[in-house]
Design a protein around this ligand. Structure first.
Ligand SMILES: [Mn+2]
Length: 324
């Protein structure tokens, strides 16, 4: 079964002359890393490649090889459409407007609904970039230094620098392998996880001043007004969720980010054993057991109330099930 899927992917890539590679809205390091590695890899095979992220490449990843070639919209016709790191079609956003569903769907989200014609989903992988690092060779692509930098970026981003509870020895071996293929680990670590724009640090300040708790749940909010106050250009949380989830003595951390389109972007982080992807799925989102998210239509106050209640009830029932 495993080798069968590799053969199918290898055959599809072999047949195609032109390829469209897409990933999800508000791309993170894994989305960008996997997209670039796949795109650059296909180019080494002489394919015509278009890489599309409807929200573009975030500033912290613009230095990666191929980042300047990423477009906001696809144009033209393609023999093969490949999606990386997106758990469902909606997550791809406008990048596929006017195009068919992906032929190949490569992802590691446990909530991936198998929207591709060929679906290669590995929920145990720490990142889609890890899947690609292990398998691009099986699909006929040699990893260049540019691809290695992209892939190590994806692994670092999704493991927060090898710190998440799903880390396995094999991930470190894969990272070591990528270093041998030319990845600059300290450099990519700094870009993906450490460096922040001044506006992001001020934005964190706004969020941190809203910090609240109930039992072992902690959360913060970021409003459109907060964003305007510190001129933060993004529509995300500037990774503030990672700061909040490092606070001692909490089981679940949440952040609520008000969006211009009348939705609230909610992110959850939880300790091992507590599956917040189920709550996210209930609100139309998805993700991983320990890190999930959802874009929910409604006002900040409404969404906050509903999400806090549902999450709190899940936490209470988890407590009751004796898993703590
Ligand atoms: Mn990922």
């Amino acid at each position: 079964m495993e080798s069968d899927i590799h053969t199918r992917i290898w055959e599809e890539i072999g047949k195609a002359k032109s390829c469209l590679v897409v990933s999800h809205v508000r791309p993170d390091g894994d989305a960008v890393g996997a997209l670039l590695a796949m795109g650059l890899g296909l180019k080494t095979l002489g394919k015509q490649v278009q890489m599309v992220l409807c929200d573009g490449v975030p500033g912290s990843f613009k230095h990666l090889e191929g980042a300047a070639d990423v477009r906001n919209k696809a144009q033209g016709e393609f023999d093969l459409v490949i999606s990386v790191d997106a758990s469902d079609l909606r997550r791809i956003g406008a990048a596929l407007d006017g195009y068919r569903k992906p032929d190949i769907n490569i992802d590691h989200h446990v909530t991936n609904d198998g929207f591709g014609r060929i679906n290669h989903i590995q929920p145990k992988a720490v990142a889609t970039s890890e899947i690609l690092a292990e398998h691009l060779g099986h699909w006929g692509m040699q990893i260049t230094p540019g691809m290695a930098n992209a892939l190590i970026t994806g692994i670092l981003a999704d493991t927060l620098g090898f710190r998440t509870s799903n880390m396995k020895p094999q991930t470190l071996r894969t990272a070591a392998d990528l270093m041998e293929k030319g990845a600059d680990l300290p450099e990519q670590y700094a870009h993906a996880l450490l460096r922040r724009p001044f506006t992001a640090a001020r934005y964190w300040g706004q969020g941190l001043s809203s910090l609240q708790k109930r039992d072992r749940l902690v959360w913060a909010t970021l409003t459109l007004a907060d964003r305007a106050t510190c001129s933060y250009p993004g529509s995300d949380d500037a990774d503030l969720i990672n700061v909040i989830s490092s606070i001692d003595d909490f089981d679940i951390a949440m952040i609520f980010v008000e969006q211009k389109n009348g939705t609230v972007k909610v992110s959850w982080r939880s300790i091992p054993g507590l599956d917040v992807s189920r709550v996210a799925l209930g609100f139309g989102g998805g993700g991983h057991p320990a890190a999930a998210g959802a874009d929910i239509p409604g006002t900040m106050q409404d969404i906050k109330e509903k999400v806090l209640e549902t999450t709190y009830n899940m936490w209470v029932s988890w407590q009751g099930s004796g898993q703590s």
